[in-house]
Design a binder for this molecule. Structure first.
Ligand SMILES: O=P(O)(O)OC[C@H]1O[C@H](OP(=O)(O)OP(=O)(O)O)[C@H](O)[C@@H]1O
Ligand SMILES: Nc1ncnc2[nH]cnc12
Length: 179
Protein backbone atom coordinates (compact mmCIF):
# COMPACT_ATOMS: atom_id res chain seq x y z
CA UNK A 1 0.00 0.00 0.00
CA UNK A 2 1.17 3.52 -0.84
CA UNK A 3 2.85 5.11 2.18
CA UNK A 4 2.77 8.71 0.80
CA UNK A 5 -0.94 8.22 0.16
CA UNK A 6 -1.58 7.04 3.71
CA UNK A 7 0.53 9.92 5.07
CA UNK A 8 -1.59 12.39 3.11
CA UNK A 9 -4.77 10.87 4.54
CA UNK A 10 -3.38 11.00 8.09
CA UNK A 11 -2.47 14.67 7.59
CA UNK A 12 -6.10 15.39 6.69
CA UNK A 13 -7.70 13.94 9.84
CA UNK A 14 -8.19 16.36 12.76
CA UNK A 15 -8.70 15.46 16.43
CA UNK A 16 -11.16 17.34 18.67
CA UNK A 17 -11.07 16.55 22.41
CA UNK A 18 -14.34 16.20 24.31
CA UNK A 19 -16.65 16.03 21.27
CA UNK A 20 -19.53 15.19 21.18
CA UNK A 21 -19.18 14.51 24.91
CA UNK A 22 -16.45 14.71 27.57
CA UNK A 23 -13.77 12.03 27.25
CA UNK A 24 -14.22 11.40 23.52
CA UNK A 25 -11.38 12.37 21.15
CA UNK A 26 -13.29 12.92 17.92
CA UNK A 27 -11.43 12.09 14.67
CA UNK A 28 -12.78 14.48 12.04
CA UNK A 29 -12.41 13.56 8.34
CA UNK A 30 -13.83 16.87 7.04
CA UNK A 31 -10.40 18.17 5.87
CA UNK A 32 -9.86 14.91 3.96
CA UNK A 33 -13.20 15.26 2.16
CA UNK A 34 -12.49 18.93 1.42
CA UNK A 35 -9.16 18.20 -0.32
CA UNK A 36 -9.90 16.64 -3.73
CA UNK A 37 -6.44 15.06 -3.98
CA UNK A 38 -6.75 13.45 -0.55
CA UNK A 39 -10.33 12.33 -1.22
CA UNK A 40 -9.29 10.76 -4.54
CA UNK A 41 -6.32 9.10 -2.83
CA UNK A 42 -8.67 7.64 -0.23
CA UNK A 43 -10.91 6.10 -2.87
CA UNK A 44 -7.84 4.89 -4.85
CA UNK A 45 -6.48 3.08 -1.79
CA UNK A 46 -9.83 1.50 -0.94
CA UNK A 47 -10.31 0.43 -4.57
CA UNK A 48 -6.81 -1.12 -4.73
CA UNK A 49 -7.38 -2.99 -1.49
CA UNK A 50 -10.78 -4.37 -2.46
CA UNK A 51 -9.72 -5.35 -5.99
CA UNK A 52 -6.65 -7.15 -4.65
CA UNK A 53 -8.67 -8.99 -2.00
CA UNK A 54 -11.91 -10.07 -3.66
CA UNK A 55 -12.47 -11.24 -7.26
CA UNK A 56 -16.26 -10.77 -7.04
CA UNK A 57 -18.41 -8.48 -4.90
CA UNK A 58 -22.11 -7.83 -5.44
CA UNK A 59 -22.55 -4.68 -3.33
CA UNK A 60 -20.79 -2.13 -1.20
CA UNK A 61 -22.87 -1.56 1.95
CA UNK A 62 -22.40 1.85 3.62
CA UNK A 63 -23.38 2.96 7.14
CA UNK A 64 -25.40 6.10 7.90
CA UNK A 65 -24.10 8.73 7.56
CA UNK A 66 -20.36 9.04 7.10
CA UNK A 67 -20.23 5.67 5.37
CA UNK A 68 -22.41 7.31 2.70
CA UNK A 69 -19.55 9.68 1.84
CA UNK A 70 -17.15 6.84 1.10
CA UNK A 71 -19.24 3.87 -0.02
CA UNK A 72 -20.87 5.32 -3.14
CA UNK A 73 -17.67 6.60 -4.82
CA UNK A 74 -16.00 3.26 -4.05
CA UNK A 75 -18.94 1.30 -5.47
CA UNK A 76 -18.81 3.43 -8.63
CA UNK A 77 -15.10 2.72 -9.09
CA UNK A 78 -15.78 -1.00 -8.72
CA UNK A 79 -18.72 -0.85 -11.13
CA UNK A 80 -21.14 -2.29 -8.56
CA UNK A 81 -24.17 -1.05 -6.61
CA UNK A 82 -24.40 0.61 -3.21
CA UNK A 83 -26.74 -0.45 -0.39
CA UNK A 84 -27.46 1.95 2.51
CA UNK A 85 -27.84 0.89 6.13
CA UNK A 86 -29.72 3.77 7.74
CA UNK A 87 -30.56 5.10 11.15
CA UNK A 88 -34.07 4.15 12.28
CA UNK A 89 -37.17 5.45 10.50
CA UNK A 90 -35.61 6.57 7.20
CA UNK A 91 -36.17 3.55 4.94
CA UNK A 92 -39.59 2.75 3.40
CA UNK A 93 -41.07 -0.73 3.00
CA UNK A 94 -40.19 -3.85 4.97
CA UNK A 95 -37.04 -3.45 7.04
CA UNK A 96 -34.87 -5.33 9.49
CA UNK A 97 -33.75 -3.27 12.48
CA UNK A 98 -31.35 -3.59 15.38
CA UNK A 99 -30.44 -1.51 18.44
CA UNK A 100 -26.79 -0.95 19.31
CA UNK A 101 -24.38 1.15 21.37
CA UNK A 102 -21.53 3.22 20.02
CA UNK A 103 -18.68 5.18 21.67
CA UNK A 104 -21.02 8.08 22.51
CA UNK A 105 -24.57 6.75 22.79
CA UNK A 106 -27.17 4.34 21.52
CA UNK A 107 -29.08 4.16 18.23
CA UNK A 108 -30.95 1.85 15.90
CA UNK A 109 -29.95 0.78 12.38
CA UNK A 110 -32.15 -0.53 9.57
CA UNK A 111 -31.79 -2.19 6.18
CA UNK A 112 -34.50 -2.85 3.61
CA UNK A 113 -35.45 -6.53 3.72
CA UNK A 114 -35.03 -6.88 -0.06
CA UNK A 115 -31.71 -4.97 -0.22
CA UNK A 116 -29.57 -8.09 -0.68
CA UNK A 117 -30.42 -11.63 -1.85
CA UNK A 118 -29.26 -14.67 0.15
CA UNK A 119 -25.68 -15.54 -0.77
CA UNK A 120 -24.81 -12.18 -2.30
CA UNK A 121 -21.33 -10.97 -1.43
CA UNK A 122 -20.92 -7.62 0.31
CA UNK A 123 -18.18 -5.41 1.73
CA UNK A 124 -19.39 -3.11 4.53
CA UNK A 125 -17.78 0.35 4.53
CA UNK A 126 -17.67 3.08 7.17
CA UNK A 127 -15.41 5.99 8.00
CA UNK A 128 -14.39 4.79 11.44
CA UNK A 129 -14.42 1.85 13.84
CA UNK A 130 -14.42 2.82 17.54
CA UNK A 131 -16.12 0.31 19.90
CA UNK A 132 -17.34 -1.68 16.90
CA UNK A 133 -20.95 -1.43 18.06
CA UNK A 134 -22.14 0.13 14.80
CA UNK A 135 -20.26 -2.27 12.53
CA UNK A 136 -21.35 -5.28 14.58
CA UNK A 137 -24.98 -4.21 14.31
CA UNK A 138 -24.65 -3.78 10.54
CA UNK A 139 -23.13 -7.27 10.26
CA UNK A 140 -26.08 -8.70 12.19
CA UNK A 141 -28.52 -7.06 9.75
CA UNK A 142 -26.63 -8.44 6.75
CA UNK A 143 -26.51 -11.90 8.33
CA UNK A 144 -30.28 -11.81 8.80
CA UNK A 145 -30.57 -11.28 5.02
CA UNK A 146 -28.13 -14.20 4.57
CA UNK A 147 -25.59 -12.05 2.75
CA UNK A 148 -21.99 -13.22 2.63
CA UNK A 149 -19.92 -10.55 4.38
CA UNK A 150 -16.52 -10.56 2.70
CA UNK A 151 -15.06 -7.79 4.87
CA UNK A 152 -15.74 -4.81 7.13
CA UNK A 153 -13.65 -1.94 5.76
CA UNK A 154 -13.00 1.41 7.46
CA UNK A 155 -10.76 4.39 6.93
CA UNK A 156 -9.91 4.87 10.63
CA UNK A 157 -9.58 2.30 13.42
CA UNK A 158 -9.35 3.44 17.06
CA UNK A 159 -7.23 0.51 18.26
CA UNK A 160 -7.53 1.13 22.01
CA UNK A 161 -11.29 0.53 21.88
CA UNK A 162 -10.70 -2.99 20.46
CA UNK A 163 -13.70 -2.79 18.16
CA UNK A 164 -12.29 -5.32 15.70
CA UNK A 165 -12.40 -8.02 18.42
CA UNK A 166 -16.20 -7.63 18.49
CA UNK A 167 -16.39 -8.66 14.86
CA UNK A 168 -15.21 -12.18 15.78
CA UNK A 169 -14.42 -14.12 12.63
CA UNK A 170 -15.54 -11.49 10.09
CA UNK A 171 -12.55 -10.17 8.13
CA UNK A 172 -11.68 -6.56 8.96
CA UNK A 173 -9.38 -3.98 7.38
CA UNK A 174 -8.50 -0.37 8.23
CA UNK A 175 -6.33 2.12 6.36
CA UNK A 176 -5.30 4.29 9.34
CA UNK A 177 -4.85 3.19 12.93
CA UNK A 178 -4.85 5.41 16.03
CA UNK A 179 -4.27 4.42 19.68
O1 LIG B 1 -17.52 1.80 16.54
P1 LIG B 1 -18.59 2.63 17.16
O2 LIG B 1 -18.34 2.93 18.60
O3 LIG B 1 -19.94 2.06 16.92
O4 LIG B 1 -18.55 4.06 16.45
C1 LIG B 1 -18.37 4.22 15.06
C2 LIG B 1 -19.52 4.91 14.41
O5 LIG B 1 -19.71 6.22 14.98
C3 LIG B 1 -19.81 7.17 13.93
O6 LIG B 1 -21.12 7.31 13.48
P2 LIG B 1 -22.28 8.18 14.18
O7 LIG B 1 -23.25 7.25 14.80
O8 LIG B 1 -21.66 9.24 15.03
O9 LIG B 1 -23.06 8.79 12.96
P3 LIG B 1 -22.66 9.79 11.78
O10 LIG B 1 -21.85 8.97 10.80
O11 LIG B 1 -23.99 10.16 11.24
O12 LIG B 1 -21.88 10.95 12.33
C4 LIG B 1 -18.94 6.59 12.85
O13 LIG B 1 -19.25 7.15 11.59
C5 LIG B 1 -19.26 5.13 12.94
O14 LIG B 1 -20.40 4.77 12.18
N1 LIG C 1 -13.78 9.08 18.39
C1 LIG C 1 -14.57 9.17 17.31
N2 LIG C 1 -14.29 10.05 16.33
C2 LIG C 1 -15.09 10.12 15.24
N3 LIG C 1 -16.18 9.37 15.07
C3 LIG C 1 -16.47 8.48 16.01
N4 LIG C 1 -17.46 7.58 16.12
C4 LIG C 1 -17.32 6.93 17.28
N5 LIG C 1 -16.25 7.36 17.95
C5 LIG C 1 -15.70 8.33 17.18
Amino acid sequence: MSEPGLRLLRDRVRAFPDFPEPGVLFRDISPLLKDPVAFRTLIDLLEDHVKASFPKIDFIVGLDSRGFLIGPPLAQRLGIGFVPVRKKGKLPGATQSISYSLEYGKAELEIQSDAVEPGQKVVIVDDLLATGGTMCAACELLKRLKAEILECLVVIELKSLKGSEKLNSIPFHSLLQYD
